[in-house]
Design a protein around this ligand. Structure first.
Ligand SMILES: [Zn+2]
Length: 250
């Protein structure tokens, strides 16, 4: 069994038995991992970290057939400011759902780990605009996962949105914008005003730490991002939590 060391962000941490925890981690070196930390809830636990949800840890683990076993962990950053605030926590929960939905299996992608870390950092350090961070995260992760939404031209005819009559639609299953002429009634499309399109482009352009703190058009922006993520999630994991141990492991 291979032993490895990595940084990881705890996506989920559930109590198991008398003193153990079962964890889902997004790791820098092994992608999405399910693991058990044995004896961590004992008062004399040798773990240096409590492995709370959202905390970023340095850990050592060995690979098992279904679950990895964490043998050491140290907290690098707890992100407790997010766990203690409902609005921040809600946005973080959305970010975690997006990671689960778009990051398949054990393919490690450091860019995903870094985006997740900076997304949580942005939520903890700002005073407003949490939903905007969540939306920006969804867009950026879609791009890393190879599902960049097409926002600069109609998916059907490549017309530039600014040069159409302004009646634009978002088509989640097609992954982008449709002009009025290309829109088909049967598709699950919905209207998207040009201002919302501009806002989405700005979220893509700016680093996640610099997204605006206001929530202008927030609901419309989130609707586009959520529908896009949902349409591209393998197996629609967004619809329910996955069971630890059932995922493909390294
Ligand atoms: Zn068109």
């Amino acid at each position: 069994m291979a032993v490895y060391k990595s940084k990881g962000i705890v996506l989920r941490s559930i109590r198991y038995g008398e003193a153990d925890r079962i964890l889902d981690l997004y790791t820098q070196d092994a992608g999405l991992v399910s693991a058990i930390a044995k004896g961590i809830r004992r008062t004399k636990s040798r773990f240096g970290a409590r492995l709370e949800p959202l905390s970023c840890v340095d850990f050592v683990a060995y690979q098992g057939r279904t679950l990895h076993t964490v043998t050491q962990a140290e907290t690098l950053r707890s992100f407790h400011g997010i766990r203690e605030d409902l609005a921040r926590f809600d946005a973080a929960a959305g970010i975690v759902r997006t990671v689960r939905a778009l990051s398949g299996g054990d393919e490690a992608d450091r860019r995903v780990f870094n985006l997740l870390y900076h997304g949580l950092d942005s939520l903890e350090s700002r005073d407003a605009g949490f939903g905007t961070v969540e939306a920006a995260f969804g867009l950026k992760l879609s791009m890393l996962a190879g599902y960049a939404p097409q926002l600069d031209a109609c998916v059907g005819c490549e017309a530039v949105p600014e040069e159409t009559d302004g009646r634009l639609y978002f088509a989640p299953n097609l992954g982008g914008v449709l002009c009025a002429e290309c829109r088909t009634e049967s598709a699950d499309t919905f209207p998207i005003p040009l201002e919302v399109l501009d806002r989405l482009r700005a979220l893509i352009r700016n680093p996640i730490r610099d997204v605006p703190t206001d929530e202008i058009l927030g609901e419309s922006v989130r609707r586009v991002v959520r529908s896009h993520v949902l349409a591209h999630a393998p197996g629609n994991l967004l619809l329910g939590p996955s069971t630890p141990g059932t995922r493909r492991l390294a």
